[in-house]
Design a protein around this ligand. Structure first.
Ligand SMILES: [Zn+2]
Length: 508
């Protein structure tokens, strides 16, 4: 094919609305064209690359005994009502009616479709274990799209679902998936992707890993320990704090006019943030009830851990003017109004001389000793790990916080959807049992933020998503080099018969 015939236009100038370099490179190079907010057409060069990435993923999935299927994009809502996700997922799930008035959804993941298939075809223990996967278009109505293909609304994802008759079998297979993902990322030219422990959140299950591409433009924070190799997503990383013993002092009330922040309080009293008790005020999504998280003043709340502890969703407090039920800026553990839910972070444990809000305007309390003044407290870990913090694996104060983009994840789902959707098989002894499953998802481009992901599944889906190659493309390759790694390169160009010709490279 002559290069001049290529349906792709390249630009010398960076388009004005480009937020990050990878996006600019893809638009300037004629790879993508925006059609709508977070929706892109992939031009021939990008489509070639995508196909090669897909083929690498297919080879690796087939190598761990995966069987490729293709679930529908549009599904009857009845399937999602059966699993309970039709109601539990927010507006990321696109719901619509067909011409006869039936409720429909556009698939954002395919756990329901996977169980719908598997429960009919695998009714005997002899058929287990097995894994099915697909490479399919997904749609998630993201509230905030970002950076070209970094976070999009429509994308291609490889999702896989494995089914097992025992936890041991599930774990053994999980390990094979874990390794297969590393091979995929190495083969597409991203050997520096790291796997980190992640929070499985509302997906359920105890064990989950995310594959992170470390880059400054990343939207996730990753906690790394250079001493022992510990790695975790910020959402899942424990925060360990060592408090030095202090002398208890009498509780006294101080006038602190207009002093509403920890910083202002420290300036006013000439103390350090670690000597204060910070109050972060939230409201329950359900009924706007007030929830306050107390933690040491130098730390921040990890909202994922807080949500997991509470078991319900929350948002930062927002009261109409003059209607706050609290003395905002002066909240503390003593003298709170009735009906306020409180959570104490473990960073406060053992502190006997704190400065905290007095729950009345322009006043703080000094000499607060939680054990003496508040009484029995159940401390929980709801703080963010921090730079230089204590490593939960080796105990050294060495934690390093880095930015990264999630390009894949795997998790163990147990029996969450298999049980709720009535999947059973006949075991060796003739009894009926519910299989456990695992899921893997991978996106090699853009990946939705965690909050929008899989609010509740019971298999182990996993997946590198090939169409989010945008993520990698932009994030990884772009800044480093404008040449594609050979296994995914789109074409080679040569001067033949008086003109440039391009040969699509085949492969992988
Ligand atoms: Zn460590």
């Amino acid at each position: 094919m002559e290069v001049s015939k290529l349906v792709s236009r390249r630009f010398k100038e960076t388009p004005a609305d480009c937020q990050i370099q990878s996006q600019a490179l893809m638009i300037r190079g004629g790879y993508i064209k925006a059609v709508g907010n977070g929706i892109y057409t992939l031009l021939p060069p990008a489509k070639r690359i995508l196909r090669k990435i897909e083929n690498i993923i297919r080879e690796e999935m087939d190598a761990i005994d995966g069987q490729e299927v293709l679930f529908p994009v549009a599904m009857p809502a009845s399937l999602w009502k059966e699993s309970g996700r039709y109601d539990s997922i927010g507006s990321e799930l696109l719901r619509f009616k067909d011409r006869s008035g039936g409720d429909m959804v556009l698939g954002m993941t395919h756990e329901e479709a996977a169980v719908h298939l598997a429960r009919d075809v695998a009714d005997s223990y002899a058929q287990y274990p097995f894994m099915i996967y697909q490479i399919q278009t997904k749609f998630r109505d993201e509230p905030r799209t970002r950076g070209g293909l970094i976070r999009v609304r429509e994308f291609t994802m490889k999702d896989a679902y494995s089914f097992h008759t025992s936890q041991e079998d599930l774990e053994a297979y999980y390990r094979r998936c874990y390794d297969a993902y590393h091979r995929i990322f190495a083969r597409v030219g991203l050997p520096h992707v790291v796997a980190v422990q992640s929070d499985s959140g509302m997906m359920g299950g105890k064990i989950a890993h995310e594959y992170m591409l470390l880059t400054e433009v990343g939207e996730d924070s990753i906690v790394l320990c250079p001493e022992c190799g510990y790695r975790a997503n910020m959402e899942a990383a424990p925060s360990l704090v060592r408090n030095e013993p202090t002398e208890p002092k009498p509780l006294t009330k101080l006038a602190t006019p207009g002093v509403k922040t920890i910083e202002a309080l420290c300036d006013f009293l000439q103390i350090t943030p670690a000597q204060t008790c910070k109050a972060v005020v939230y409201q329950r999504n359900q009924d706007d009830g007030v929830v306050i998280a107390f933690l040491r003043g130098d730390l921040d709340v990890n909202e994922t851990k807080l949500r997991n502890h509470l078991g319900y969703d929350i948002h930062p407090a927002a009261f109409p003017d003059g209607e706050a039920p609290l003395a905002l800026g002066f909240c503390g553990p003593l003298g709170l109004p009735e009906g306020v839910a409180v959570v104490f972070d473990s960073s406060l444990q053992g502190l006997e001389d704190l400065v905290a809000g007095a729950n009345e305007p322009d006043c703080h309390l000094a000499g607060l000793c939680l054990a003496r003044d508040v009484g029995r407290i159940e401390y929980v870990d709801v703080a963010k790990a921090r730079q230089g913090g204590v490593c939960p694996a080796c105990g050294k104060a060495a934690l390093d916080i880095r930015r990264g983009i999630e390009v894949g994840n795997i998790f163990q789902l147990g029996d969450k959807y298999t049980a709720s959707m009535g999947m059973r098989y006949v075991d060796q002894d003739g009894s009926l049992k519910t299989p456990s499953w695992a899921a893997m998802a991978s996106a090699l481009a853009a990946w939705p933020p965690r909050s929008a992901r899989f609010p509740g599944t019971s298999t182990a889906p996993s997946g590198p998503s090939p169409s989010r190659p945008g993520r990698c493309i932009s994030a990884a390759y772009g800044p480093i080099s404008r040449r594609w790694p050979r296994p995914v390169a789109r074409c080679t160009a040569s001067w033949r018969q008086g003109g440039w010709r391009c040969s699509w490279t085949t492969g992988p």
